[in-house]
Ligand binder design. Structure first.
Ligand code: SF4
Length: 341
């Protein structure tokens, strides 16, 4: 089957929901059994809220020397992970700010201690690519050297988080101190080449145009063609409350349609994930639009500060995809094959 071009994808955005669903499920069926979905129970551990990037869509950060900044101690991190395990979860995603007071050694020590304490019982996404770029720059190391330092500390995964919309125009409008798109992909390539694995993410609902959304998808597909390193693609929606940029939330239907378009366009990425964190029960309709996997998160201060609400009734949440006709199965985070012992 031939690939969807950018022009075809632009036209598809005007297609009916029925057509988008049918086309998305054609691609989904190449990777997954119909009406079967997988999920994980996870926690985002926001280890610091101190950040110098000052993205205008962020309600989470505190500048250095401002009141309210924190860095979690190792014991506080362990307590959060222990609580996740009690919930039946086994995936931690570390995500914090660009804190200039934390050197690379802080991260390597933290990740090594988590690996030592939990071994393979808990998997963790160590950082986002955005934080990775900042760390490497602060340490004065190449991306390849930084990746090796983290990998040798026991890290298996660095997620593609912090990407929002991967166009230089978007970054200049909203996050000009975060990274350039060229840096983002150069760093992600180094992560893959080190043997670690990564994911793709995207956030919609700011002021981005359709062409910017498509550019993001095109860059993601190209990166996957080149490296094969992307396990999954997760898109979530912008939460505007308490941010400098403000704005409004997009309707759930627009999100579902974007999931379908992403499933159709990203014909080389195995998993398309739907966001319970930002869409709550509406996320599960995303499975009909081509998603096959989702998280049940128990905490993420970044999105909660901007208005996300977390439902801890996990059985109640799982009843929703079941009522839509899906079999849902727990999925454990895997150690990347290149790092197999
Ligand atoms: S989104 Fe991330 S990088 Fe941007 S200001 Fe918030 S914490 Fe910092």
């Amino acid at each position: 089957m031939s690939r969807v071009t950018l022009d075809q994808a632009r036209a598809l955005w005007n297609a009916s929901d029925d057509e988008l669903i049918a086309r998305a499920n054609d691609v989904r069926d190449r990777f997954h059994e119909p009406k079967r979905a997988t999920y994980m129970v996870m926690r985002i551990v926001n280890y610091t809220n101190v950040c110098v990037a000052q993205c205008d869509y962020c309600a989470f950060y505190v500048l250095p020397n401002q009141d309210g900044g924190y860095v979690l101690s190792r014991d506080e991190v362990f307590a959060k992970i222990d609580e996740l395990v009690e919930f039946g979860g086994d995936l931690v995603a570390f995500n914090g700010g660009f804190n200039p007071r934390l050197p690379l050694d802080y991260y390597c020590d933290l990740f090594a201690s988590v690996r030592e304490r939990y071994a393979e019982r808990v998997e963790f996404y160590a950082l986002t690519v955005a934080e990775f770029v900042f760390l490497a720059d602060r340490a004065g190391l190449s991306y390849a050297e930084t990746a090796v330092r983290l990998r040798d500390a026991g890290v298996h995964w660095v997620t593609g988080g912090g990407s929002e919309i991967l166009t230089e125009d978007f970054r200049a409008r909203h996050a000009k101190w975060k990274y350039t798109v060229a840096d983002y992909f150069e760093a992600q390539r180094a992560i893959v080449e080190s043997g670690m694995r990564t994911t793709a993410t995207m956030v919609i609902g700011f002021d981005e145009t359709l062409d910017e959304r498509l550019e993001h998808l095109q860059r993601t597909r190209d990166f996957q063609d080149e490296t094969g390193g992307l396990f999954s693609f997760l898109c979530w929606t912008y939460k505007p409350y308490g941010t400098a940029f403000g704005g409004r939330e997009i309707p759930a239907r627009e999100y579902w349609r974007h999931i379908a378009l992403s499933r159709i366009f990203l014909d080389n990425v195995p998993h398309i994930r739907t966001s319970v964190l930002t869409q709550n029960e509406d996320a599960f309709r995303g499975l009909d639009y081509g998603a096959d996997d989702f998280d049940l998160p128990i905490e993420d201060e970044v999105t909660q500060k901007a208005g996300a609400t977390i439902d801890l009734d996990l059985d109640g949440l799982l009843a929703i995809p079941r009522s839509l006709g899906y079999t849902v199965e727990y999925r454990r985070a895997e150690r990347p094959a290149a790092l197999a012992t």
